[in-house]
Design a protein around this ligand. Structure first.
Ligand SMILES: Cc1cc2nc3c(=O)[nH]c(=O)nc-3n(C[C@H](O)[C@H](O)[C@H](O)COP(=O)(O)OP(=O)(O)OC[C@H]3O[C@@H](n4cnc5c(N)ncnc54)[C@H](O)[C@@H]3O)c2cc1C
Length: 459
C-alpha cells in the first residue's frame, strides 16, 4: 500500500468508500459534456465533516488538487478531472438535520437531494422554492452553481434561500458564513461568495436553508400560440399586467414532441406550435381566478390559440413531467450542446429570433426552451444527421461563437444556471471585463492560495 493510500485509508477505512486505480468508476471521469480529460488519483466518499476536514488536510500535505462532487448532474464539466485529483464525493452526507419552525430554517448536509427537500418540507406545510429540473441534484451542488429552475420568476434562486453555510477551506479550516438573521449590514457577505463558486473556494459541509409557508392554492395553465415569437412576446405583457406567475416555461412544439416520444405520453395541448406552461400560486382560489382572468387578457393580445387550465392533477403532473424531462429527451435524441444563457427580460424574443436566423445560416437544428419569466433560455444546438465529425464541430463552434456574441451584445450572460465549469470558460472570459476576472482571481487566491480547489474551472 503506498503512502497516500495508507493516509486516505486511515480516514476512510471502509473500502467501499475509497476508490483508487481500476476501482474508480466512469461517473467520476466525465459528465454529459466533457469526456476523457484526465485520471483522478482517488475518490473518497466521506460521511461526516470531520472526514472531509481530514481528507482536505491530506490533500494539502500531498499537494493534490481537490474536486468536490455532489450528485454529478452538472452540465458544464465542473466536476471533470484534469489528472491527479482527489475527488471528494459528499453524496453520503445526506441527512436532514433539523427543521427550526421558529426561524423557518432547515438544516441539511450537502448530499441531500433537492427533490427530497421539497418532499420533506411540503409534508410539514413549508415551501422551498428553488426548483431545478434535476430534482436528483444535491443541495451542495445547487449552492455551488446557484441553481435556479422553474420558480425563479417569482421566488428567486438558491442564493435567496441560503441563510448559512459551513464550509471547509483549502487548508482544512472550518468556516461558518452567513447567519440566521434576516438582515445584515455587517461587513462583506462572505456567504454570497461561496454561492455559485463551483467548488473553487471551499467545500460546503452543512447548509441552513430559508423556508416559506406552503402556498394554499396552485393552478397550472397551458397557453398555446402559433409561433414562439407570439409566446415570448406575451411574456412581457403577462409580467406587466401583474399576473405574477410562479413559473413560466416556454418551448416549441417540436421540443416537447421529443419529450412526448421519449416518455410515451401526450402533452395536454396539441394546439399551436409553441407553448407557455404557467403556474399560479396564492393564498386562495379567488386570488388565482382573478389572476387567471388577467392571464387570459394578456395572452389574447398575442393571438393565443388555446388557454387550457390544468384542473385535473394527473394532467398537470403530465405537463410538468414532460417539461422536466425535456433536456434529457433532447440529449437522448441526438448529440447536442445545450446552453443556459440569460438576457435581460426585454430581449428574450430578440435572442430567440436570432437563433432562427442562425438555424437558416448554418443548416443545423436549434431547439429552444427555457424559463421565459426570467430571460433564461436553453438553446440546444443539435447535430441531427450530419455524419462528418469535422463539419459538425466547425458548424457547432461557429454557431456557439455567434450566439455568445449576440448574448453579450444584448447585455446577457453565458450561464444563468449550470455554471461555467470547463466548457464555458472561453466565452465567460470573453464576455467579462478583464478587471472583473482579475478581482475574481484575487478572491480565489485569498481563500485558496495554492489553487487546490477545483483548479482550472471557471477562469
Ligand atoms: C436534466 C437536467 C436538468 C437540469 N435542470 C436545471 C435547472 O432547471 N436549473 C439549474 O439551475 N440547473 C439545472 N441542471 C444542472 C444541475 O442539476 C445543477 O448544476 C446542479 O445544481 C448540480 O448539482 P449536483 O449535486 O449534481 O452537483 P455536481 O454536478 O456534482 O457539481 C456541480 C458543481 O458543484 C460543485 N459542488 C458540488 N457539491 C459541492 C459542495 N458540497 N461544496 C462545494 N462545491 C460543490 C462541484 O465541484 C461542481 O463545481 C440540470 C441538469 C440536468 C441533468
Amino acid at each position: 500500500m503506498d503512502e497516500l493510500q495508507h493516509k486516505l485509508a486511515n480516514i476512510i477505512p471502509d473500502g467501499e468508500r475509497l476508490l483508487m486505480g481500476d476501482r474508480i468508476t466512469d461517473q467520476y471521469r466525465y459528465d454529459d459534456y466533457v469526456t476523457d480529460t484526465g485520471e483522478p488519483i482517488a475518490v473518497a466518499l466521506p460521511t461526516s465533516k470531520e472526514e472531509v476536514v481530514a481528507l482536505v488536510k491530506v490533500a494539502a500535505e500531498e499537494n493534490l488538487p481537490v474536486i468536490t462532487y455532489g450528485a454529478g448532474t452538472g452540465l458544464s464539466g465542473a466536476t471533470a478531472p484534469l489528472g491527479g485529483e482527489l475527488i471528494i464525493d459528499v453524496h453520503l452526507m445526506n441527512r436532514i438535520l433539523d427543521l427550526d419552525e421558529e426561524t423557518f430554517t432547515l438544516t441539511v448536509e450537502p448530499g441531500v437531494l433537492v427533490g427530497e427537500i421539497h418532499e420533506y418540507v411540503e409534508k410539514r406545510g413549508y415551501f422551498y422554492p428553488p426548483d431545478p429540473g434535476s430534482k436528483h441534484s444535491s443541495i451542495g451542488g445547487n449552492v455551488a452553481t446557484n441553481a435556479g429552475g422553474m420558480r425563479a420568476v417569482k421566488y428567486g434562486v438558491t442564493r435567496d434561500y441560503v441563510r448559512e453555510l459551513d464550509v471547509v477551506l483549502a487548508d482544512g479550516r472550518e468556516m461558518k458564513v452567513g447567519s440566521l438573521n434576516i438582515k445584515s449590514s455587517s461587513g462583506y457577505d462572505l456567504k454570497d461568495l461561496f454561492i455559485g463558486s463551483e467548488g473553487t473556494l471551499g467545500i460546503t459541509v452543512q447548509v441552513k436553508l430559508r423556508l416559506l409557508p406552503l402556498p394554499k392554492a396552485k393552478l397550472s395553465v397551458i397557453a398555446a400560440f402559433h409561433t414562439l415569437e407570439d409566446a415570448t412576446d406575451a411574456v412581457l405583457t403577462i409580467l406587466r399586467n401583474g399576473v405574477d406567475p410562479t413559473a413560466m416555461e416556454f418551448f416549441e412544439k417540436e421540443a416537447i414532441a421529443l419529450s412526448e416520444k421519449d416518455n410515451d405520453l401526450p402533452f395536454p395541448s396539441q394546439e399551436g406550435d409553441a407553448y407557455l406552461l404557467i403556474t399560479l400560486d396564492g393564498d386562495s382560489s379567488a386570488s388565482l381566478e382573478q389572476r387567471l382572468q388577467l392571464l387570459e387578457d394578456s395572452v389574447k393580445e398575442h393571438h393565443v390559440v388555446e388557454l387550457l387550465p390544468l384542473m385535473d392533477p394527473a394532467m398537470e403532473h403530465t405537463a410538468w413531467f414532460l417539461r422536466d424531462r425535456l433536456l434529457t429527451s433532447v440529449v437522448n435524441y441526438t448529440e447536442q450542446v445545450t446552453m443556459d444563457e440569460v438576457v435581460p427580460i426585454n430581449h428574450i424574443s430578440t435572442l430567440y429570433k436570432y437563433t432562427k436566423e442562425l438555424e437558416k445560416q448554418s443548416g443545423l437544428k436549434l431547439i429552444s426552451f427555457g424559463h421565459a419569466g426570467d430571460g433564461n433560455l436553453h438553446t440546444c444546438i443539435t447535430r441531427g444527421d450530419i455524419q462528418d465529425q469535422a463539419e459538425w464541430e466547425q458548424k457547432r463552434d461557429d454557431v456557439l461563437g455567434k450566439l455568445y456574441q449576440k448574448i453579450s451584445d444584448l447585455g446577457g450572460l453565458p450561464s444563468a444556471e449550470h455554471g461555467i465549469g470547463l466548457i464555458k470558460k472561453p466565452y465567460f472570459e470573453k464576455m467579462t471585463a478583464d478587471l472583473n476576472i482579475e478581482m475574481m482571481r484575487s478572491i480565489k487566491a485569498v481563500f485558496d492560495p495554492t489553487g487546490r480547489l477545483n483548479p482550472h474551472k471557471l477562469f
